[in-house]
Design a protein around this ligand. Sequence first.
Ligand SMILES: [Zn+2]
Length: 330
Amino acid sequence: MTITRRTALAGTAFAAAPLGGSAALAQNSPAMPSTASSGSRSQQAPGFYRYKVGDIEVTAINDGFARRPVEGFIKNAELKDVQAALQEAFLPTDAFPITFNTLVLNHGGKITLIDTGNGDMGAPTSGRWMANLRAAGFDPAQVNTVVISHFHGDHINGLRLKDGTAVFPNAEVMVPAAEWAFWMDDARMNQAPEAMQGAFQGARRVFGPIAQDVKRYEMDKEVVPGLTSIAAPGHTPGHTAYMLSSGSAKLMIMSDVTNHPALFVRNPDWSAIFDMDADQARATRRRMLDMAATERAQVAFYHAPFPATGHIAKEGSGFRFVPVQWSPSI
Ligand SMILES: [Zn+2]
């Protein structure tokens, strides 16, 4: 027998018959709309990704991205060095994408959010959060607790729509006490530079109407069962990371300890313009990345490429972020 490409293929999983069969099924089944009738092929599947930490189900929910000009982004590095780091990561060197990824914890049916995304106030390439939350099977009315890491708009604006509507009507809102003390202090707002006024106003917009009900939490405390706050100051005064634990399983939730890993995991001493106390942020970043690398702990970052979870390896004078391998089931 002469082996042709056709006969070789016939012996594999790519054999002609099963392919023809599934194509016929798609045509005959009204439940499977064809690409032609459903329109664009440019959309991805909804941006959520589930994994387990012991008994706790974690779902990363993506809120799109914003492009950030590279020039002026890092205060203590030469532009050419920043561009080289981006090039090494195959990212654009003029303006690069920063993604937003919140977490949903499902612990025995209790639903906890960690941060809320941009709501309807972010870049046009963000604002996908609610659709992705619903696609993951959650309803904002069923959220029991919202835990906030810090008061920057990309983390809190999802709590309240631009028109004032509360997005999670049944949730208890928990914020770092140190963050509240800083951003809700009128005297401090009045002394703050013009560039920071938006952040002060944003905190008042979101938390003002519920000020009496917001619960303020301290560091090294179990905020909800299994989730312990870790002081991670520098990015903001009360910026908080977390350790999620269940049995022997752990997840270090890094919040904004680093911004894009291609820049700040590789170069932990670089300072993004958002870091309010650059020296403190650097010390926090080194300490947390070192802990993650030493303990081989799984980490989650708010601003890493989706699904924004993986591990940290030591490399040279910095570290390397190694994303998880995508798994079709948890
Ligand atoms: Zn952020």
